[in-house]
Design a protein around this ligand. Structure first.
Ligand code: SF4
Length: 392
């Protein structure tokens, strides 16, 4: 996606406002239509060491050639089974782990390049909230000290950092007079996660990566924190990357959804589109696994059997082929292309059935239908039948 230069920014900003896009941000450098973050070809493999001398025996393919963009003001949901690379992807975006290959472009500026954005600037702009709210807080620091810590490191005076910490506490729904002097062990799980959100906001970031940030909370607290995140997003002009295994929550919060399998993106697109018409057999199976509260929609067998293959030695061709009921010879030899995943509004699917030019017998004619529970106009009398989700 091309960078939009400053001379065009005013006309783009006006067009964006008319189109109902987020208000202009004084921190904006690339213009409203410039994606906030572009990841291009990100790859990370972790060495598996063993033997007497701790030699590298193999590599875990954690993230393999992942490309996508996040528009300003949007929430991009990331879903996939445990171990599919979601959290590694989040850490690559913050450069908490160094990629083996690929590049990051933040608001039009390459990250880590001599003329681009420094890692320090990136980490001020991109902050993360983790799942484990307790482990994220230093037990020896009071709530206010924890929130102020990052600001102090970046040069704020003690008084200014303390004042901002109190303001942030109020902003996340905790009364500063009551909570500022408390320590983590005096807080509930929901209160700790609110403090973590305040801490993440302390440096005035533009992108918040929420890595299973509400997954460990009670359902009622989870709903409150989700409402808080929605309000903060509007107030502070934030953009979210929302990682979760809860498909209902992801649908609720996301503008677009990205589905990962074994370190690769298999599907990406507008949330409504992906949930109504999941194109990849893995996405369909994943959605089919979600339990339903309606007893008429009980499932007798899981739509997706077995574990993902070993990421040390991923299958050739399409990585999903050992579990895919539509797999054919071409799936075992050729890697399906996702197409242009950087083109923001597109619904893209990495499957030979969606490529009219592939050698798959269903090329250009993928099976229709979707897991019943996610169909907006679903008829509850037609119980979900998992085998139908995956077989023609
Ligand atoms: Fe299944 Fe082949 Fe599509 Fe992979 S490319 S999801 S194996 S049909």
């Amino acid at each position: 996606m091309s960078h939009i230069d400053g001379s065009n920014a005013a006309s783009h900003a006006r067009a964006a406002r008319l189109a109902g896009e987020p208000a202009a941000d004084p921190r904006d450098r690339g213009g409203l239509r410039q994606p906030l973050l572009i990841a291009r070809g990100l790859r990370k493999r972790f060495a598996v060491r063993g033997g007497l001398f701790g030699r590298t025996m193999a590599h875990v393919h954690a993230v393999d050639g992942v490309s996508f963009s996040i528009a300003k003001g949007e929430t991009l949901g990331v879903v996939g089974e445990s171990g599919c690379g979601k959290s590694t992807l989040a850490r690559l975006l913050m450069r908490l782990v160094e990629p083996d290959a690929g590049e990051l472009i933040f608001d039009g500026e390459a990250v880590g390049e001599r003329t681009g954005l420094t890692l320090g600037e990136l980490r001020k702009n991109v902050q993360m909230v983790f799942q484990d709210s307790s482990a994220s807080l230093n037990p020896r620091m009071s709530v206010a000290e924890s929130i102020a810590y990052g600001m102090r490191v970046h040069g704020a005076t003690r008084d200014a950092a303390r004042q901002t910490a109190h303001t942030l506490l109020e902003q996340v729904g905790l009364r500063a007079a009551l909570f500022a002097a408390r320590y983590p062990h005096e807080l509930s799980g929901g209160q700790k996660q609110r403090v973590n959100i305040a801490r993440a906001l302390a440096l005035n970031p533009r992108l918040l990566i929420l890595d299973e940030a509400v997954s460990a909370l009670d359902k009622s607290v989870e709903a409150q924190v989700l409402m808080l995140l929605r309000a903060l997003k509007a107030q502070l002009n934030l953009t979210y990357l929302f990682i979760s295994h809860d498909l209902h929550v992801v649908r609720y919060v996301s503008d677009r959804v990205l589905v990962m399998y074994l370190g690769e993106i298999v599907e990406i697109g507008p949330a409504d589109d992906v949930y109504r018409n999941p194109g990849h057999p893995y996405t369909r199976a994943l959605f089919g696994c979600q339990l339903d509260t309606d007893p008429r929609r009980r499932i007798a067998e899981a739509p997706l059997a077995g574990d993902p293959p070993n990421p040390v030695d991923p299958p050739p061709g399409c990585r999903f082929h050992p579990r895919c009921p539509y797999a054919e010879h071409v799936c075992t030899t050729r890697v399906p292309s996702l197409g242009d995943a950087l083109a923001a509004p597109l619904h893209a699917v990495a499957c030979h059935m969606h490529d009219a030019a592939s050698a798959h017998t269903r090329a250009g004619d993928p099976p229709a239908g979707m897991p019943h529970a996610f169909r907006a106009d679903g008829d509850a009398s037609d119980a979900r039948r998992p085998p139908d989700l995956l077989r023609s």
